[in-house]
Write a new protein. Structure first.
Lengths: 345, 225
């Protein structure tokens, strides 16, 4: 017997509606943010796959020796970057060549890594899993380990309705979890929403920021997601040419993705190689350290002039981008209840 | 009379497929006209060769009648792997009665699919045909050893979807015989002969050499009688 087509259509519509209302709750766009670029219609959010993704994010099962998890280099308490390491630290204590970026508001980002090597958030996890200095494994071995574990077949069943573990599902679940890492409740956000006011010092810092920084670190995400050369001298040991490695254009030499400045208080050290430990070193770079080169952004060719008082004010403004709630949000934290269901909180 | 002749030609000159018919495509990899054995030493007069791995993507398979696409394969891409003989056969199912005189397909994955995030089936990244340090599918992967190459071993991972190094190739082959079974041959000898001419025997990322080797690969396809 073939069920009535109309009936199937209605059912599909109801299921779809149920999904969209759920996704709205699982992920909401802050009022003062633009539309996300991630295509959620191809990876419908669902609470169980977000949970699965969260487990995967915190589980060293993704690494060859069961020692390194995504959170090893992206700790929630450091705005999802590597605490105190200028170059990331991976398996067998190997040192990578770049500083791990803070993770947040990834649904608005269209390419990933300092040079944009990754074109879609779903594919991001493949890079650290396979990198010999990071997790040192391979996605097919990861799938086998997940299949053999006692935990994951159940989590995949809950998320996808059957316990088949594939690369696609694994990647999409990790993407679902990291998509939900949203920071939009700093003092700055509350001020934009009219709930609070800047101090006089912060207000002056904001004015300076809009004049000198915001064309690259564009509000409200504090990045324009472009690749720019901000005048850092090249480190001859790393000899990192940035975007050029991907685009093969010499005009992209020494350009790196403009990073967000949200939670900058917590995400030190700074720049693609973590060369600066403090914001005052960063400001010193912009005022005194800019190196001229062919690809240097025209915005920085005259250098940036800031008096020492202005630097203090600008820093005060940058600290209004700190979102404490974000650091300690229960939904993003290590999911103890999944790994140790017996343990009491 | 002329009219009847034209009719006759268009009827018998092209393959007619009846409703719900299946068209069976089969790929045969050859070296100097003989089927290529995997992991076995293969000797010719001038060279000894071992192929350890050979996989490539076929996408956008379609059938054409007089420059009109009359059938498009709904599957985005198929991964063909000589270690897995089943993967070398593809069945196309058409609801309509169609006649065609050309087979068209791409070697590799187009840019849209390359930026579409995680995909399943033959496009699942566990298939070993996805670069990890930089997003993108590997279109063609061949690894092996040959006497005519310095250091003997070669390893070509050919792909890339961004200009100027977009490596996808489109192939059109004329179909003249009226059969449901289409056998497509790939001759490796002259292609592998190009390795040392075109560039390094190890290609692992999008590059000029990857594009040239992909273009040459596309020239090696023909319809087997």
């Amino acid at each position: 017997m073939i069920p009535n087509r109309k009936y199937i259509f209605c059912l599909a519509a109801i299921v779809l509606m149920a999904f969209t209302t759920v996704s709205k709750k699982l992920f909401s766009v802050p009022k003062h943010f633009p539309k996300p670029v991630y295509d959620f219609s191809k990876n419908l959010l669902n609470a169980s796959s977000i949970t699965l993704g969260r487990a995967l994010f915190y589980d060293p099962i993704l690494s060859r020796k069961n020692t390194i998890s995504c959170a090893s280099c992206h700790s929630p308490y450091a705005a999802f970057t590597h605490i105190d390491h200028h170059l990331s630290h991976g398996i067998d204590d190997r040192i990578g060549t770049r500083n791990s970026p803070a993770l947040m508001n990834l649904a608005w980002q269209n390419s990933f890594m300092w040079d944009g090597a990754i074109n879609h958030l779903d594919m991001q996890a493949l890079a650290p899993i396979s990198h010999p200095d990071e997790m040192g494994s391979k996605i097919d071995s990861v799938i086998i380990r997940l299949q053999r574990s006692t935990l994951y077949p159940t989590l995949f069943y809950k998320a996808y309705g059957d316990s088949t573990i594939t690369g696609e599902r694994t990647l999409k679940s990790i993407a679902q979890f990291i998509l939900c890492i949203v920071s939009a409740n700093a003092k700055y956000d509350r001020i934009i929403q009219g709930k609070e006011k800047f101090t006089a010092q912060e207000a002056n810092g904001y004015r300076l920021f809009q004049k000198k920084c915001s064309s690259c670190h564009k509000e409200p995400l504090f990045t324009n997601y472009q690749f720019e050369n901000n005048g850092l001298p090249i480190d001859p040991k790393l000899n990192d040419l940035g975007r050029m490695k991907i685009s093969h254009c010499s005009s992209d030499s020494l350009k790196f993705k403009v990073p967000t400045l949200r939670n900058i208080e917590y995400s030190y050290p700074y720049m693609h190689d973590g060369r600066f430990k403090t914001l005052s070193e960063v400001l010193h770079h912009y005022t005194q350290g800019i190196v001229q080169s062919k690809t240097l952004s025209p915005l920085l060719q005259q250098g940036i002039i800031l008096s020492s008082n202005e630097k203090v004010d600008l820093t005060a403004f940058l600290l209004t981008l700190s979102d404490k709630e974000f650091l300690f949000k229960a939904e993003y934290a290590y999911p103890k209840h999944i790994f140790f269901p017996q343990a009491k909180e | 009379m002329k009219f009847i002749l034209i009719l006759w030609f268009s009827y018998f000159g092209s393959k007619i497929v009846s409703a719900q018919d299946k068209i069976h495509l089969e790929w045969q990899v050859q070296y100097l006209g003989q089927n290529v054995p995997l992991n076995e030493l293969y000797a010719t007069k001038t060279d000894t060769l071992t192929i350890k791995e050979l996989k490539w993507y076929i996408s956008k398979v379609s059938l054409i009648q007089d420059d009109q696409i009359v059938f498009s394969d709904p599957t985005i891409a198929h991964l063909l792997n000589i270690a897995d003989p089943k993967s070398l056969e593809i069945e196309l199912k058409s609801r309509k009665k169609i006649s065609f005189n050309k087979l068209q397909f791409c070697i590799g994955i187009d840019s849209l699919t390359n930026v579409s995030g995680a995909l399943g089936g033959d496009l699942d990244p566990t298939k070993g045909m996805y670069w990890t340090w930089q997003s993108g599918y590997i279109n063609i992967k061949i690894e092996g050893e040959s006497n005519s190459i310095t250091n003997r071993d070669f390893q070509l991972h050919l792909g890339g979807y961004l200009p100027p190094f977009a490596a996808i190739q489109t192939i059109v082959l004329p179909i003249t015989n009226a059969s449901n079974d289409i056998k497509i041959g790939i001759e490796l000898a002259s292609w592998l002969g190009q390795i040392s001419l075109i560039g390094p025997a190890h290609i692992m990322s999008p590059s000029k050499e990857a594009v040239s080797m992909s273009k040459e690969f596309a020239k090696q396809f023909f319809i087997l009688k």
